[in-house]
Ligand binder design. Structure first.
Ligand SMILES: Nc1ncnc2c1ncn2[C@@H]1O[C@H](COP(=O)(O)OP(=O)(O)O)[C@@H](O)[C@H]1O
Ligand SMILES: [Mg+2]
Length: 289
């Protein structure tokens, strides 16, 4: 079932000198199977929006249902919600705390009283799903791992809850290019094996264009539009208005189009760009013959 957000508003520190309306009348439906990207400048409300999805932030006005669960009631079935929505916050590695990788990953399932033998199985699967060798890593301290490995362990802790929906707040922030690519590939594999729906906040347009089938643009607490990447990134007027950069691939395609080559301005993937260049080149070659 989809995620349905209706007329959602959120104000921090209401009726104080620090009052700040972080969300303004958000209406959004995220379908099953979507890989939904959220972009927008710092302070535009992205984190506030997604923190509603696991009820870390409670609804002030409006409504949200997630996979049939109404998030409005004061008393919520948190056990059910946490097994439905897996939330990976920014720099999740700072939240690692236990003495071994295995114990850290087991924390969530233990908390919702999953039976012991199932916990073991879940932990093993989650650690392997994030590309780490279970036997090699299970007894190590999370604190002696590399930055990329720590982030994987933190992700494994969320996956051990076996959520249908995975929500990630800037999952590649602070990683080097290789680390970024590895995390994105990992998310792809998690999406095909465990979490059918993925929501990702990112500042990196190349990542968003590469991964997502829909993109929501936030600006000053408002959801300005929801579009597929090809449509969003070919709308130069809209990009300018919303102050959004194009992915590098799209910029390059536009450069070629500006120079008179017959190349689609909305190209967002390397493969499409290569195809377009080959086509344009053969057309140019054709006229020379
Ligand atoms: N705990 C908080 N208390 C007060 N204001 C906050 C708090 N968290 C965020 N804000 C404000 O709400 C707005 C939206 O913040 P946030 O959702 O973190 O945006 P983003 O994730 O897009 O950077 C910003 O103006 C931010 O300063
Ligand atoms: Mg944020």
């Amino acid at each position: 079932m989809p995620i349905i957000i209706k007329d959602l508003n959120y104000v921090y520190s209401p009726k104080s000198p620090y009052e700040k309306q972080a969300l303004k009348n958000i209406n959004l439906t995220i379908e099953d199977g979507d890989y939904f990207g959220i972009i927008g400048h710092t302070g535009s409300g992205k984190s506030t929006l997604i923190s509603h999805l696991n009820a870390l932030t409670r609804i002030q006005s409006g409504s949200i249902t997630v996979d049939g669960i109404d998030l409005k009631p004061k008393k919520l079935d948190y056990k059910k919600l946490r097994s439905t929505v897996g939330m990976v916050f920014q720099y999740p590695e700072y939240q690692l705390f236990d003495e071994t990788v295995e114990k850290d990953v087991a924390f969530g399932p233990k908390n919702i009283k999953v039976p012991e033998d199932e916990i073991k199985e879940r932990v093993k699967q989650a650690i392997e799903m994030v590309g780490l060798n279970y036997e090699k890593f299970k007894d190590r301290s999370p604190f002696e791992l590399s930055g990329g490995q720590k982030r994987r362990v933190a992700l494994a802790g969320v996956l051990a809850m076996r959520p249908k929906i995975l929500v990630l707040d800037e999952p590649t922030a602070g990683l080097d290019p290789r680390g970024k690519r590895e995390i994105l590939e990992l998310i792809d594999s998690v999406k095909s094996r465990l979490c059918h729906t993925v929501i990702m906040i990112s500042h990196n347009m190349d990542e968003i264009a590469r991964s997502c089938n829909k993109i929501g643009v936030m600006s000053d607490g408002e959801l300005k539009c929801v579009l597929p990447p090809k449509e969003l990134f070919s709308r130069r007027d809209l990009l300018r208005e919303l102050n959004i950069k194009m992915p590098i691939i799209t910029e390059f395609a536009n450069m070629l189009a500006d120079r008179g080559l017959d190349v689609d301005r909305g190209i967002v993937s390397e493969d499409e760009l290569v195809d377009a260049i080959v086509k344009a080149k053969s057309a140019v070659g054709g006229t020379q013959e």
